[in-house]
Write a protein that binds this ligand. Structure first.
Ligand code: ADP
Length: 466
């Protein structure tokens, strides 16, 4: 069984969120069951000189325009990744857009990537292409249109991102007008790339069982709930996992002091160091942390609305987040008003994020919706108790009662009242050392690896080929 996994970002090469982590850890876990290789674009900011140019080159025809493609490869952590090198993909500084917004030619950039993936799949004799999110959503369509013998699995990591373009984009990416109808790519008078993945794939997955149900409802369906109901027999929800070697407090090079559930005093050394570095006083106070893209989805309106009451508690709060400028401005105002709040917003910082996970007592994740979420699992692994809203993968992976993994504090709903109630419960729990340590120790020993989920994906691959 030969699988080609394609995504627009894969850790450690390029990462803006959880998709990149999944692209690494799922593929690594699947490597134990199948022959699997991955492919992603070669962006301009990536160190091309560290990759090996291979002897495969071709050109891709999009609407009568030919684009030259060369391929590079690299082996990392036992996984071979191919990189699609084309001037359109590498010309930009970022993956998807800059301060002015998304790149206007993202339709051509990612259609080009999809066409190159399909070409590569044929060259390496892939049996299945596993495509992810809208950037690779044209893959199932192109495979179906060319009547190739390759099966396609399409995974939705976040239904909110559709890849919407004007109608004339169809011609630019070389697709016939016949695709412009409701049952194909048309979406309220425009073109929706994500629909191609949903409609033309042989199997469809999303990243948690609860999200698989939620996206078939009006509240979470982002206008695609009807289409997802139509294809629900091919839709499965498989919970993501994390790479337990990347996220391992016992030997994490980013930490001042490594620790396990048996040496929790050493976790405290990290909290001391971080608070000293950030000038936060009160080591006995609970340290709340949050590490997130700075976007509406993650509950920032709710958080900002609750900040006065939250920061008036006897707590410290460290937020590492990057993204929306408006939120940034608002949050910076609070750093002036409250001495117990630090907002770190200077870009993406993997090592700093590990230090914060290791230092926190509680991780806040009041997401409005959450397909799966990885932060809550990473936090649990670092002995930082997650506080989550009861949606999507957060509902499937964090539990306030019983002994299921992980243990945490679960908000009933996305409201200021529920968030502040959760904070109060956290503060009470913080005062109960025995209960808190029992919870931490259970969480740190949970199995958050991709092993179980990889088996489910493998079963699905086998079903596709049978
Ligand atoms: P999403 O994929 O929606 O962004 P997830 O919780 O699934 O959310 O994954 C987010 C990942 O990105 C986690 O590994 C988190 O630690 C990381 N992350 C988010 N923002 C930053 C940042 N500014 N610096 C470093 N890591 C970050």
């Amino acid at each position: 069984m030969q699988i080609l996994f394609c995504a627009s970002e894969i850790y450690p090469y390029a990462k803006s969120g959880g998709l990149a982590d999944v692209g690494h850890s799922l593929v690594k876990a699947l490597g134990k069951h199948a022959e699997i290789q991955s492919v992603m674009p070669l962006y301009g900011f990536m160190p091309k000189e560290e990759f090996e140019k291979i002897d495969i080159a071709f050109s891709v025809n999009l609407g009568g325009v030919f684009y030259d493609v060369t391929l590079y490869e690299k082996l990392h952590d036992g996984i071979k990744t191919y990189f699609v090198d084309a001037p359109l993909l590498s010309a930009t500084e970022e993956m998807y857009g800059d301060a002015k917004g998304d790149y206007a030619n993202n339709d051509i950039r990612f259609a080009l990537f999809c066409a190159a993936v399909v070409e590569l799949a044929q060259i390496i004799h892939a049996d299945i292409i596993h495509a992810n999110d809208w950037h690779s959503a044209l893959v199932p369509l192109l495979v179906r249109r060319a009547k190739l013998k390759i099966k396609t699995l399409f995974s939705i990591h976040n239904l909110a991102y559709h890849g919407i373009f004007e109608r004339d984009s169809l011609a630019r990416v070389g697709l016939e007008e016949s695709y412009f109808h409701m049952d194909a790519l048309e979406f309220y008078g425009r073109v929706n790339f994500l629909k191609a993945g949903i409609v033309y794939s042989d199997a469809l997955t999303t990243v948690s069982p609860t999200y698989a149900k939620e996206i078939q409802t009006k509240e979470f369906g982002c206008g695609l709930e009807g289409l997802l109901q139509l294809y629900k027999t091919k839709l499965t929800g498989i919970l993501n996992g994390i790479d337990e070697t990347v996220f391992n407090p016992q030997n994490d090079a980013a930490l001042l002091s490594c620790y396990s559930s048996d040496t929790l005093a050493k976790k405290y050394e990290n909290k001391k160091a971080l608070q000293r570095e950030l000038g936060l006083s009160g080591l006995k106070k609970p340290l709340f942390v949050m590490i997130s893209r700075l976007v509406h989805q993650k509950g920032f309106d709710l958080l900002i609305e609750s900040l006065d009451a939250f920061l008036s508690e006897d707590v410290n709060f460290v937020l590492l987040a990057n993204g929306d400028e408006e939120y940034k401005k608002m949050l910076l105002l609070y750093t002036k008003k409250y001495k117990n709040f630090r907002f770190l917003c200077n870009g993406y910082d993997e090592a700093l994020s590990h230090r914060i996970y290791a230092s926190g007592d509680f991780l806040l994740m009041p997401s409005l919706y959450e397909p799966c979420g990885l932060s809550q699992m990473i936090a649990a692994r670092y002995g930082t108790i997650p506080i989550v809203n009861k949606v999507g993968g957060l509902k499937d992976s964090v539990h306030e009662s019983g002994r299921k993994c992980a243990q945490g504090i679960v908000m009933r709903e996305a409201s200021k009242k529920a968030l502040l109630g959760a904070v109060k419960r956290a503060v009470t729990l913080y005062g109960d050392s025995a209960k808190k340590e029992d919870m931490i120790s259970l969480n740190m020993n949970c199995d958050f690896s991709f092993a179980k989920s990889a088996l489910l994906y493998h079963k699905l691959y086998k079903r596709l080929l049978s």
